[in-house]
Design a protein around this ligand. Structure first.
Ligand SMILES: Nc1ncnc2c1ncn2[C@@H]1O[C@H](COP(=O)(O)OP(=O)(O)O)[C@@H](O)[C@H]1O
Ligand SMILES: [Mg+2]
Length: 512
């Protein structure tokens, strides 16, 4: 008899539906699996045979041919086990084949027939829903993420035996229930009010958050660079539900779902400086998303920037430019989204004390030059805002004066983002911020008055700004104007934006 069951496979975040066709009959043992399956899928035979035997169906008395269709989609992973076992049971008359119709089966089997959790269940269900799937069966351990998908009747299963009984008309499988969503509560995140002094850096952080500008902080150890970076996600508006689903889907594919609940908190990723190129941008087996994609819709923080491998930093270029990562493989091209805010921190020199009035810097000119060279070029080109942090003054640490709280700054950031959304005429949350506005739109929205134009022209001359840096000053000036709710970009906005191009002003020591 022939029976079919529906399953799915992932290419990046993209789900492809796979039809599992099984032809089975009693006879001398034979088990064949065809249809562009990689090694992990072929091993499915062993697991399915053993799991079915636990349910009293012995394949060594049967002939089974499994075809995975369409043949031109590469099948990866171990998630087909459940569909293959269910279709085999249908083909051998153990369950009615009609009971399998219209249901998406995702799950790996153990030899004793338990259903194991999998990576990527959420994006598979989202893909299935987009293709009209109305009903799905997933591993019980994946229930929470599966329940996030609205509009699909998702059931969970703990063992193959439980599934076969349900298909035979036994007890129905339980519905996957969504746990409460986590919306960040005020005061639960690290708050900006804990940062003393550093008015310049706080301002730069607010501008970066408002316009989506990548940021570089330069300052001696202990100035508060790491502290400030960690507080950036709290200055951004919480994720919209669709964005949160996208973020959760990426973490699901990476096998990194930290909580079973949908989080509206922006991701914050701070990879160690020893991270590899693949770790940073993605790749390897699967392929898996890298840090840039795990930071999608959130913040990627590169602390001690000069310590990172040059190759890793070079690899950041394409994702920063395109807002996504493309990984090419022999059989397929995979893309992962990567729209993030990049924050980098570094010391002014290897020892960290250059330009500090109280301590002597022991670095040779050569070492300082080599250290700074790391920062030059392509990566720097993609950072709009640079800020130098002085050492924190003791008086600021001891004083009772507190800075503004994150919530207050966030209301201004949200307002400025709203202004940008309305201006580009797109209501959705994913409308480009000033930092990612196409150049021709930038010209349209950041028209300078005569004084502003003169000021910028003088800066170009004096600082020898490149055309790219010129555009960045305009973008940042636009954001500063938006924070003030000013339609016009005024000379004062331009002046402040020029002040945030520290690295174009030559010596860091002079700037500090
Ligand atoms: N501006 C500041 N306000 C309050 N505490 C600070 C500040 N800067 C540094 N600190 C204290 O020093 C510690 C180290 O700061 P950190 O952010 O790691 O500095 P950096 O990254 O610049 O080396 C912080 O955990 C905090 O306790
Ligand atoms: Mg630090």
């Amino acid at each position: 008899m022939l029976a079919t069951a529906l399953s799915a496979t992932l290419v990046g975040l993209q789900a492809h539906l796979v039809r599992v066709e099984v032809e089975g009959r009693r006879g001398p043992p034979f088990f064949e699996l065809v249809g562009l399956a990689e090694a992990a899928v072929r091993e499915s035979r062993v697991r399915v045979k053993s799991a079915l035997a636990q349910c009293g169906l012995f394949l060594w008395e049967c002939q089974v041919i499994v075809n995975l269709a369409p043949a031109d989609v590469k099948k990866t992973g171990s998630g087909f086990d459940l569909a293959i076992a269910a279709a085999a049971a249908g083909a051998l008359g153990v369950v009615p084949p009609a009971a399998l119709q219209g249901t998406l089966f995702i799950g790996e089997l153990s030899l004793e027939g338990t259903v194991q959790p999998l990576r990527g269940v959420l994006p598979q269900l989202l893909g299935g829903r987009a293709r009209g799937v109305k009903r799905a069966v997933v591993p019980r351990a994946n229930a929470a993420e599966a329940a996030l998908v609205e509009g699909v009747d998702v059931r969970t299963v703990g063992s193959l035996d439980e599934l076969l009984q349900a298909l035979r008309g036994g007890p129905e499988l339980p519905v996957a229930v969504a746990p409460a969503e986590v919306v960040p509560l005020p005061g639960t995140l690290d708050d900006l009010s804990e940062v003393r002094g550093q008015a310049g850096a706080r301002r730069a952080l607010e501008i970066a958050a408002a316009g989506g500008h990548n940021l570089l902080m330069i300052g001696p150890p202990g100035a508060g660079k790491t502290m400030l970076a960690r507080r950036l996600p709290g200055l951004l508006p919480p994720l919209a539900r669709e964005e949160a689903l996208e973020v959760t889907a990426i973490h699901s594919v990476a096998g990194l779902l930290s909580s079973s609940r949908l989080s509206r908190e922006r991701p914050f990723r701070a990879p160690h400086h020893t991270v590899s190129e693949v770790g940073l941008v993605g790749g390897g087996d699967g392929p898996r998303p890298g840090e840039v994609s795990l930071a999608h819709h959130g913040v990627l923080f590169l602390d001690e920037l000069a310590e990172f491998r040059r190759a890793a930093l070079e690899a950041l270029r394409q994702p920063l430019e395109d807002g996504m990562v493309t990984i090419s493989r022999a059989y397929a091209k995979t893309t992962f989204p990567a729209r993030l805010l990049l924050v980098c921190a570094m010391n002014p020199c290897p020892c960290g004390w250059m330009g500090d009035g109280t301590r002597r810097c022991g670095c040779s000119t050569e070492r300082v030059r080599a250290y700074r060279a790391k920062m030059s070029g392509p990566l720097l080109d993609r950072i709009d805002v640079h800020v130098v942090l002085p050492p924190v003054e003791v008086s600021a640490l001891q004083g009772s004066a507190r800075g503004e709280a994150s919530a207050l700054v966030r209301t201004r950031v949200e307002r400025a983002r709203e202004v940008q959304r309305l201006r580009v005429g797109r209501g959705e949350a994913s409308a480009p911020t000033n930092a990612s506005l196409p150049p021709r739109d930038l010209e349209r929205v950041a028209v300078l008055c005569a004084d502003g134009a003169r000021l910028l022209a003088a800066a170009v001359e004096r600082l020898a700004l490149s055309a790219r840096a010129y555009g960045k000053v305009l973008r940042v000036a636009r954001t500063i104007a938006d924070l003030e709710d000013s339609t016009a970009v005024r000379p004062a906005h331009v002046a402040e934006a020029i002040g945030l191009r520290v690295l174009d002003r030559g010596s860091l020591a002079a700037a500090a």
